[in-house]
Design a protein around this ligand. Sequence first.
Ligand code: FPP
Length: 254
Amino acid sequence: MAIPEQMLSETRSPAAGKIPRHVAIIMDGNGRWAAARLLPRVEGHRRGVEAVRRTVRACRELGIGYLTLYSFSSENWSRPPDEVGDLMGLIRRFIRKDLADLHASNVRVRIIGMREGLDPDIGAMLQEAEALTALNTGLVLVFAFNYGARQEILAAVRQAASAIADGRLAPEALNPETFARYLDTAEIPDPDLIIRTSGEQRLSNFLLWQAAYAEFVFTPVLWPDFDRAALESAIAEFSGRDRRFGGRRAAGSP
Ligand code: FPP
């Protein structure tokens, strides 16, 4: 039997053991970081952007292929308008300030999530980030922005259903691989490791389909404090896990 694609997805580095090909992060705890310092929440988000920069650099240095960051969920619109405005402002500033550096570092930017409902200037900036970096061959940096996994899955179901109705797809041809092509993450391998910061232990509508065989690491570190050491410690934990993808260990292995 062929070896499942996921089992081929990790590389080994002498320094850090098994390195996941795709790391996805639920960046949580910005508000608590700020509250603990009697600072406004926006300060936690600002420091969160610095943690994004550190994490992108660390992933590049460690040779990770894909980094997905849960930056704004479909449900985040329910936050007070001031906070939503602050988060949109930070995204705008991040793209304006960091896009050239990301491009120079050979990073390819991809965006998953719904473009509808975004301010037109943000939509245009996201498109520009993807277009400018489309041919880069280094780290693929995926921003989940205005993203919700249930919405993503439903949109994919709608597309697959219409392909079947039009006769472009035979019902029997619909399987996990063909279905995944309709998801926003088409051509992005499933995450090997999902990290959530701040001690919370849930997926919050993040990559529900893609997380089927991911390893989870929950760390108490608040997102603004996340750094290379915290990333390496999550990778070390991942490295010690026995991933079987529903199968069994080979006979004779420990
Ligand atoms: C969760 O903290 C974090 C968010 C809702 C947004 C994450 C956004 C950033 C790190 C900044 C912008 C990102 C980019 C990519 C430039 P929380 O507010 O839910 O924290 P809490 O649970 O402690 O209140």
